[in-house]
Write a protein that binds this ligand. Structure first.
Ligand code: BTN
Length: 316
């Protein structure tokens, strides 16, 4: 709640150079957009709460981002923000173009899974990136994004301690609260564009998750007990993404490794990694390139891709 000052219709009309009727029309439109505006005869209007819709103005108001907040495309409903972002990228959209939606009808996860995308509860964001990188380095962007999401979670709810499940899941406790899907359009040695898709469960309630996810997924709200301002969260996340991405391009992943390691959730735990022969072993950290270091019976292996699943309890 902001509980702003009262402004008479007449003062607003003079200030804005509008008729009283036009002022009223605008107030009605702002209310439709989700702003809570009180009206009282003899006093005028006052703003009680900003809209929490993902409106570009609200996102920018809370963002330090420049490039990543300058081409915002917001939708009520899309199939997948990443599909829309890829289309915009093919049409020439600049780096930093961001696509957001209040709901997705075909949200995509990694490994061909779907991403549960209830309406007006969470964040579904896809960013167009055009990094001057070898295609083989693009996977590191996922790790950069995981650090940015962790920072945005802590900024919104400082009592939470998000942990990264390598490479790119964000966990609160043992449950997943955010996922990242990095998709690449490239020639053998040249990146055309990358679509960085990020889903964060912000205000989802237990019943918003499909039955099969209820013991695996969570949201910030379920963990901290209060509503998260989605537009403010988005603005903050775009700012963190922009600054970490720029640092990554300038100095390489090694510059962000320590922060990633500080949030790495499974260090010391026994896991199995699907793909690459499904090795199992104890997570020992990551290396300078972001590869997972897994101590197996045959020594420490570098794992560059795959999905990690916990096998048991803490190992030595
Ligand atoms: C995963 O953990 O499997 C990755 C999930 C990525 C979900 C986001 S939501 C915004 C963007 N649009 C999609 O269709 N997927 C990503």
């Amino acid at each position: 709640m902001v509980s702003g000052n009262w402004f008479s219709g007449e003062a607003l009309a003079t200030h804005l150079g509008l008729t009283r009727a036009a002022v009223w029309k605008r107030i009605r439109r702002l209310r439709e957009l989700g702003y809570a505006i009180e009206a009282e005869k003899g006093r005028g209007y006052r703003l009680m709460a900003f809209s929490d819709r993902l409106l570009p103005e609200e996102i920018r108001r809370s963002s330090q981002a420049r490039r990543f907040a300058s081409h915002l495309h917001t939708f009520e409903e899309v199939d997948s923000t990443s599909v829309v972002a890829a289309r915009l990228a093919r049409e020439g959209a600049p780096e930093g173009t961001a696509v957001l939606a209040e709901r997705q009808t075909a949200g995509r996860g990694r490994f061909g899974r779907s991403w549960s995308s209830p309406s007006h509860k969470n964040l579904y964001l896809s960013l167009v990136l055009r990094p001057d990188l070898a295609p083989t380095s693009v996977a590191q962007i996922t790790l950069v994004a995981a650090v940015a999401v962790a920072r945005a979670i802590v900024a919104a709810a400082p009592e939470l301690d998000p942990r990264i499940k390598w490479p790119n899941d964000l966990l609160l406790g043992e449950r997943k609260t955010a996922g990242i899907l990095t998709e690449l359009d490239a020639e053998v040695d040249r990146v055309r564009f990358v679509v960085l898709g990020i889903g964060v469960n912000l205000n989802a309630e237990v019943e918003d998750f499909p039955q099969e996810l209820r013991d695996k997924a969570t949201s910030l709200k379920l963990c901290c007990g209060r509503d998260i301002q989605r537009a403010a969260f988005t603005g903050r996340l775009l700012g963190e993404l922009e600054s970490l991405y720029e640092e990554f391009l300038r100095a390489g992943f090694v510059a962000l490794r320590a922060e990633y390691e500080g949030r790495h959730g499974y260090v010391g735990r026994r896991v199995r990694v699907s793909g690459a022969g499904d090795p199992s072993g104890v997570v020992r950290g990551i290396d300078d390139s972001g590869a997972l270091l897994l101590e197996t019976a045959d020594g420490v292996r570098r794992i560059v891709a795959g999905e990690v699943t916990l096998e048991g309890n803490y190992a030595a």
